[in-house]
Design a protein around this ligand. Structure first.
Ligand SMILES: *[C@@H]1O[C@H](CO)[C@@H](O)[C@H](O)[C@H]1NC(C)=O
Ligand SMILES: *[C@@H]1O[C@H](CO)[C@@H](O)[C@H](O)[C@H]1NC(C)=O
Ligand SMILES: *[C@@H]1O[C@H](CO)[C@@H](O)[C@H](O)[C@H]1NC(C)=O
Length: 341
């Protein structure tokens, strides 16, 4: 039990440290990820099936409107931005090609996206991590034309990069028996593929100027409602959680290695797994009540989104999960508190 606490203390120290090294100005942040941090990129992808721009998404967001966030309120990224005292960066696809907002931070996250290109294939359209890095490369060129090469490089060196990706490589790839990767690879092979791909991707971000990168590890995916329904008794899937722990530990090793290999790189692994598991195992400790089914009552293995005809729970502040995959605003608030005081 002492371990996670120590891990958080260490994380908080480096995190605060990192912020204080970001000059006196407000930090510029670039966000890469999936539906856990998306703020509306997929709204602009005409054929994407990974969308959340309809009720009841956003019912507890400012204005009560669906924005493309996959929760009833704020994402964990929104809440971390609040803690940094900055506005949550806008969706990349909501900006015009040479918007001045590019200088202040951009969110590239896209629901259904993964480390691998073929993850989330059945959503038709989403911005994979490679797509997101390519988009960052594009905006860097634009920033250069706006403020000059030296200033652009400096801006990129000093910015913070939040990266949270990999959940879909399990939930919408390896764990779907009808998709190729689950049949083609053993878990050992699959994890090697994920880690070697991630190695190239983080190295590429570094080459594009990223130095301060915070990688959010995966949560206990075996406990999300869409996985629990695969167990006859509604329990967490132990084997899935073991795979996730293995992934997290390999990413941690990768990050140590990248910090050695890449001069001036400051990558941090933010271990969210223990905090999320604690919330799921002990909801009462946090003033929550239900952690084994979703507020929208849409717990299926595929689908699982909170569609307009879903019947909502009576008190959204009592649930850890909003739909079959994503935490509620209430859970995100608690997680942000736990991770980044
Ligand atoms: C994804 O596809 C692009 C080309 O479309 C390729 O350059 C890239 O290496 C692929 N990435 C992965 C992770 O397979
Ligand atoms: C959730 O947990 C409660 C209480 O522990 C139990 O009564 C209920 O059957 C569980 N629901 C599911 C869907 O597993
Ligand atoms: C909803 O649940 C929260 C958290 O348990 C509680 O503080 C609040 O009073 C509840 N609201 C209603 C209307 O019951």
């Amino acid at each position: 039990m002492a371990m996670p606490v120590l891990a958080f203390a260490a994380l908080m120290f480096t995190f605060t440290d990192m912020i204080s090294t970001v000059s006196a100005a407000l930090p510029v942040t670039y966000v890469f990820g999936d539906s856990l941090t998306e703020v509306g990129n997929n709204n602009y992808l005409q054929y994407s099936l990974a969308k959340s721009n309809y009720p009841w998404y956003g019912i507890d967001y400012s204005g009560g409107k669906a924005t493309g966030r996959f929760t009833n309120g704020r994402t964990i990224g929104d809440l971390i931005s609040e803690k940094l005292g900055i506005a949550s960066p806008p969706a990349y696809l909501s900006l015009s090609g040479n918007d001045d907002a590019l200088l202040k931070g951009v969110n590239f996250a896209s629901g259904g996206a993964g480390i691998l290109n073929d993850t989330g294939l059945y959503f038709i359209q989403r911005l994979s991590f490679d797509d997101q890095i390519n988009s960052f490369k594009k905006i860097k060129e634009t920033i250069k034309t706006k403020i000059g090469e030296d200033a652009a490089n400096k801006l990129c060196y000093q910015a913070m990069y939040f990266i949270g990706i990999g959940s879909n490589d399990y939930v919408n790839n390896f764990l779907q028996p009808f998709l190729a990767d689950g049949q083609q690879y053993t878990h050992d092979e699959f994890i090697e593929l994920l880690i070697s791909t991630l190695d190239q991707q983080l190295t590429r971000l570094y080459q594009l100027g990223a130095r301060k990168m915070i990688f959010h590890g995966l949560g206990p995916l075996g406990c999300i409602p869409s996985q629990r329904v695969k167990s006859k008794t509604g329990q967490c899937l132990k084997r899935v959680n073991e795979w996730i722990l293995e992934f997290n530990s390999k990413v941690q090793k990768l990050i140590v290695s990248l910090n050695h290999r890449l001069p001036n790189a400051k990558l941090i692994f933010a271990d969210t797994y223990p905090a999320v598991l604690d919330l799921i195992e002990n909801p009462n400790t946090y003033g929550l009540k239900v952690s084994n089914r979703s507020c929208c009552n849409v717990d299926t293995n595929i689908g699982g989104l909170c569609l307009p005809n879903s019947k909502l729970c009576s008190n959204r502040s009592e649930y850890v999960f909003w739909d079959a995959f994503h935490p509620t605003d209430a859970a995100n608030v608690l997680l942000a508190e736990k991770l980044f005081i």
